[in-house]
Design a protein around this ligand. Sequence first.
Ligand SMILES: [Zn+2]
Length: 664
Amino acid sequence: MLMSDVIERIDAESVALAAALYREVMAPPPRQTVTEWAEANRRLGGTESAEPGPYRVARTPYAREPQDCMSARSPVEEVVLMWAAQTSKTTLLLNCLGAAIGTNPGPIMIVWPTNTVAKRNSRQRVAPLLSESPQLAGKVRANRSRDKANTTLLKEFEGGILVIAGANSAADLRSTPVRDLFLDEVDNFPLDVDGEGDPSKLAEARQTTFARKKRLRSSTPTTKDFSRIEAAFDGSDRCRFHVPCPHCGAFQPLEFGADKPHGLKWDKAEGGSPVPTSVRYVCAAHGCEIREHHKRTMLAAGVWVAAMPGAQAGKVRGFHLNGLYSPLGWLSWGTIASEWYAAMQAVGRGDVTLLRVFVNTRLAETFEEQGDKANEHDLRRRAPNLPLGQVQRGMFVCTMGVDVQGDRLEAYLWAWGRGLERQLVDRQVIYGDPALAESEEGSPWAALTEYRKTPILHVSGLPVPIVAAFCDSGGHHTQAVYVYARAHQHEHLYACKGSSIGGRAILGKPTDQDVSWRGQKIKRGVKLWPVGTDTAKAEIYGRLRVAEAGPGYVHLSKQLPAEVFEQLTSERLVTRYIKGRARLQWVKPAGKRNEALDCAVYALAAAHFVGIDRWREGDWAKWEKRVAVKVEATPAPADEPVKPTPPAQRRRMRKVGRLAGGVR
Ligand SMILES: [Zn+2]
């Protein structure tokens, strides 16, 4: 940002602030409620709603009270929305934002989990909001003469300013005071931003100047004890939406009721899947059977009922809404029933991923971590006697994770298939001083290069390429790793570094590193990829619990040394309290080694680097055709001996290795 831009921005912010403070003292707040404003001014576009057209609160009657608490006249200071997906949470937020800009302008800030999300939502949500309504368009257009006043993350309008920020940037969060604060998807905010603490607290600190402040905090919930939205909801008056039974008239909140006599029920077809036409809601009062078409009249007659009326002197209102309330034509009860069935099928295989998504996004409830159940002895007992170094059926590409210790390198080779089914194919411990350059006698790096270039065969007999290798530079010999990575990046070998800060993506954005080696310095010689170690370990431990071969399953072999099993399961997820906030942390018992787990983390990050986690059927089919045609057509015994590679196949392998390029 140029100095002149900074001055202009500060100028705009202080003008908005002064105007808002003046209005706070001198002018009464407008009478129009958010709902009234939205019905008069909002048109929903195709991106926001499946049904474009003027906004009508009758479509989602449960939105009226929460959004009207955000009206300028309401004494409520904070509205907490713990809502399922597809319940029009974003529309409600945009209604409140539009009403503030249109009727009660002042300094406003919206915070989304990251800068990227903030920019995307600014373009896809905020910009259409500002242009769709003639009233808002007029207010914003008045400023168009000064181009810099309207950027993606900063919008000036008559009498106010809108700052759009990402919760991952402390600098954006602390700036001038704001009167209205919108915190969206708070459960995806980082626990800590730039070492300055909780980003939502940083943003809230900006509101202290104002007496008539407003705050909207919304999210679908995530993990129990770590959910910001659940904590905020628990501290509110805890409202649930009660609707009347169309048959007996008894008011009740809609509950999924998996373990209750009331709730969503259905008949099962042969095989156990729900019969879509049979899905109904069983009334809690008299067992009446309610069909989904009743939902429209039920929602229209609904009322919010507080479990803790008067909590926080009525200043903080909390609203919980699950997916059963989703209006007709959006998310149907039949879809919810079949998603539940799919989640239960996955749980039967030991995979809780779908259940977690269901609980979070459909029930709008937190999911309780089951703790770490991966057991070294169970894993060994169940492991078949697969030959090492041979990729099994169902997996078609390899990645490698390399750990650097003081006296050795450890390399672990993983193969990948659909649904991130994976196999630990081989491991190699290479002794030698990593400070020795690759060209020097006894260098472990030369041995690593040789190991990486040794062909790996699929059970089909065709070679399987290593599409990426990640080498840890965080421990010993950082510069040696950079030098090696620089020399081999054309073979898709990269330097990485684990970050144990919670909530980081498995693969972050790379940074350029200088390479200095024995007095020589090369500026920005190599890219360093940050790896979200905690997230990756949680993924791996989740997969180790999957009990049946198929998507998500981890194939291990009895031929792997016992210490590999011990290391893979060496860490425990424990709850630690840091500055009063619960935090899940991976801890390694003293004296235990965990190179196998670290290398599994790096190999997983390498898989994410290639995009294996996002591959579609077409990508898999391509690789399957390339490496596994023979065996997938005619199943062969799993432990057939490894054949030596004829020269023709070696050539093909090099070609395949090249084809693996072009990633990212
Ligand atoms: Zn009833």
